[in-house]
Design a protein around this ligand. Structure first.
Ligand code: CAA
Length: 257
């Protein structure tokens, strides 16, 4: 049984992973990241799971990597344990992953949220990469994913000078896609996940991989990846069904085949 996360099933097809270390504002220790990975591994192969929400509490999505756990680390322990490599596996989850952020998403907390596909936030959420205050830098994607999301100048202010963003600033910067009153954030996250859960699973997987290719590749490589994924979907029953349903003016019945 996981000790640092709670697993919830609010609706058919939708699962919630809730970070649950309230005493330390959901600081992310190695066990928590391992538990998130284990949950996602199970969801990845479970056909009944179609979309996943990652969230925290009202006060904190997560206040960063666990500083108590990190404080005694050395170069050699960091290199040999290579803990942050495990964070990357979360980015490889093939189904839609939504981060629902209330409270603080700082340091590794923001990096974890940025690993998700869609980030939505409560109006009082705050975002930052304050690692510079600890004499370090972000180590789980903060210098890279944040720069892609908000552009160089704002990313530099956040990483070099620990600038925090309000939810409204994060929305304007493109870091989050929607902002809601904090008390209805989860309701909207579940609604979004429910919509995603009704979509053609193989097309969703291809769509996620294709959008992610935009961050990995040159435009030419990204366009080639998109085209390949597009062509491959013509080998699925869902493509036949989706187009037939359109022509017959009825709702498609997706099989994930
Ligand atoms: N790791 C471990 N413990 C943490 C923590 C963290 N990242 N963030 C908060 N806590 C603990 C505090 O130590 C405190 O514990 P005690 O009650 O035992 O003292 C408890 O959570 C509550 O925190 P505060 O009393 O500080 O609460 P606050 O409301 O006054 O402040 C805060 C909230 C602004 C988030 C503040 O806690 C804070 O600045 N936290 C650290 C944020 C940070 O630096 N994150 C980056 C971590 S490094 C990283 O993430 C590296 C990476 O790239 C992967």
């Amino acid at each position: 049984m996981p000790e640092n996360i709670l697993l919830e099933s609010p609706l058919e097809g939708v699962r919630v992973i809730r970070l649950n270390r309230p005493k330390v504002l959901n600081a992310l220790n190695a066990d928590t990241i391992a538990e998130i990975n284990a949950a996602l591994e199970g969801f990845a192969t479970d056909e009944a799971v179609r979309a996943v929400i990652l969230t925290g509490s009202d006060r904190a999505f997560a206040a960063g990597a666990d500083i108590s756990e990190m404080s005694g680390q050395t170069v050699s322990s960091m290199v040999t344990q290579n803990r942050f490599a495990l964070w990357q596996r979360i980015a490889e989850f093939p189904k839609p992953l939504i981060a629902a952020v209330n409270g603080v998403a700082l340091g590794g907390g923001l990096e974890l949220a940025m690993t998700c596909d869609i980030m939505i936030a409560g109006e009082t959420a705050r975002f930052g990469q304050p690692e510079i205050n600890l004499g370090i830098i972000p180590g789980a994607g903060g210098t890279q994913r944040l720069t892609h999301a908000v552009g160089k100048s704002l990313a530099m202010e956040m990483v070099l000078n620990a600038r925090m963003l309000s939810a409204d600033e994060a929305l304007r910067a493109g870091l989050v896609s929607s902002v809601y009153p904090p008390e209805v954030l989860m309701h909207h996250a579940v609604l979004l996940a429910k919509q995603l859960a009704t979509r053609a699973p193989l097309a969703l997987r291809a769509a996620k991989a294709s959008v992610n290719a935009a961050f990995e590749n040159s435009l030419t490589q990204g366009l080639a990846a998109e085209r390949q994924n597009f062509y491959l979907l013509f080998g699925t029953q869902d493509q036949k069904e989706g187009m037939q349903a359109f022509l017959e003016k009825r709702r498609a019945n997706w099989q994930g085949r």
